[in-house]
Design a protein around this ligand. Structure first.
Ligand SMILES: *Cc1c(COP(=O)(O)O)cnc(C)c1O
Length: 386
């Protein structure tokens, strides 16, 4: 096994800590490796496979669209692109006049949001918060105040300010020179921290007071992950724009800046663009995904099962804290090497998980998981921790 893995690594850049598993097939909440061993997936390609692996409606939409047109570019229209923009604007909750700019990834959606905010308030600063994660390209990285991610790539983009994710700190940081505040309503990559309604409300008020744009990064917490379509919904605080990506096209690369009326008309011809973005195959897949996740019964199930999940996780041996809601949760473990645990979960329990820190496991089950499978997954986790 070790030798075979070393051989596989030979021509791949060594920037990922990959587990020694070769996956070959997926269906719903299950994955199979090349030897045919079955796994339960509570990691979902990092919050991407929300409708499960190879959802039949997504597969059918991709097959059908790929057979008629794969790419034509952004100097023309395609029906899937137009339909997905209308559908996203409609379900965004951002109001009349909302427009969508498509990208190929989350970080590019963030870049679009930052450029849009900067054009709206020239040379304005961007305020982000600690533990936030917005992507790896330079603008998004500059809004991601994590030493380990930023330091090797300095100097970063000027004009970014990082503060604690508290109402007071955000209020104090925003002034007439602020272009935007960018936040994840539920911070994902750093280990699932729900910022809560007070922080979001303070950010909204500070932005309103000074005419800055409020951008919510919904790339991970959006599209039903928390049991609401958007992570901000429970707070009632509406942003000026959102970034969406990960789960949007069921596994195909896509992202979007969904800009409400305050930001929708900032970009003009020539301001920004992307060759592949808004391609018909991705957008057809996106429409199929929205058909599944924009379903009140599905979302209510995620909320209910999410509460059950929180309660069960809290009782597992060695768990000192459970964070998050819906199907976006993390557990904090006492005295455990979480990375080693992820490896053991795979090899001993056939359970796919991920660690966001030395003692933190993150659980991102597919929204369509059967309650019995979720129970089974928690049983396997219990066996691992016992
Ligand atoms: C994953 C993620 C990104 C970056 O998305 P990529 O598609 O990896 O570029 C940005 N923001 C949040 C909140 C994310 O979880």
């Amino acid at each position: 096994m070790g030798e075979a893995i070393a051989e596989r690594d030979r021509f791949l850049t060594a920037n990922y800590a990959r587990q020694p598993v070769v996956f070959a097939r997926g269906e719903g909440a299950r994955l199979w490796d090349a030897e045919g061993t079955e796994y339960l997936d509570l990691q979902t390609g990092l919050a991407v496979n929300s409708v499960g692996h190879c959802h039949p409606a997504v597969v059918a939409a991709i097959r059908e669209q790929a057979g008629s047109l794969i790419h034509v570019g952004n100097l023309f229209y395609t029906d899937p692109m137009v339909a997905l923009s209308a559908r996203l604007a409609g379900v965004s909750g951002l109001g009349e006049g909302t427009r969508v700019f498509f990208t190929n990834s989350g970080t590019e959606a963030v870049e679009a949001a930052l450029k849009c905010a900067r054009k709206r308030r020239r040379a304005g600063t961007i305020v982000s918060v600690h533990r936030g994660f917005h992507g790896r390209t330079y603008g998004a990285l500059s809004a991601t105040p994590q030493e380990s991610k930023q330091a090797p790539f300095a100097p970063l983009v000027p004009g970014f300010v990082a503060v604690e994710p508290t109402a007071e700190a955000i209020t104090a940081a925003v002034d007439a020179g602020t272009a935007a505040v960018i936040l994840e309503p539920v911070q994902g990559e750093s280990g699932v921290y729900d910022l809560g309604p007070e922080v979001l409300r303070a950010a909204r008020e500070a932005c309103d007071r000074h005419g800055a744009a409020l951008i919510f990064d919904e790339i991970q917490c959006g599209l039903g992950r928390t049991g609401d379509l958007w992570g901000w919904q429970a707070s009632g605080v509406v942003p000026d724009a959102m970034t969406v990506a990960k789960a949007l096209a069921g596994g195909l690369p896509i992202g979007a800046l969904v800009a409400g009326p305050a930001m929708a008309d900032v970009f003009e011809p020539g301001d920004h663009g992307s060759t592949f973005a808004g391609g018909p195959v991705q957008c057809a897949a996106g429409l199929a995904v929205l058909d599944v996740v924009c379903d009140e019964a599905l979302l209510a199930g995620v909320r209910e099962q999410g509460e059950r999940l929180t309660a069960r996780l809290a009782e597992l041996p060695g768990v000192v804290e459970v964070r998050g809601r819906g199907y976006m949760q993390a557990i904090e473990l006492a005295r455990v090497d979480a990375l080693a645990l992820v490896g053991r979960a795979l090899s001993e329990q056939r359970l796919v998980l991920n660690a966001t820190g030395p003692s933190t496991l993150r659980l991102l089950p597919p929204l369509i998981i059967e309650p019995a499978d979720l129970d089974e997954a928690v049983d396997r986790l219990a066996a691992l921790l016992t």
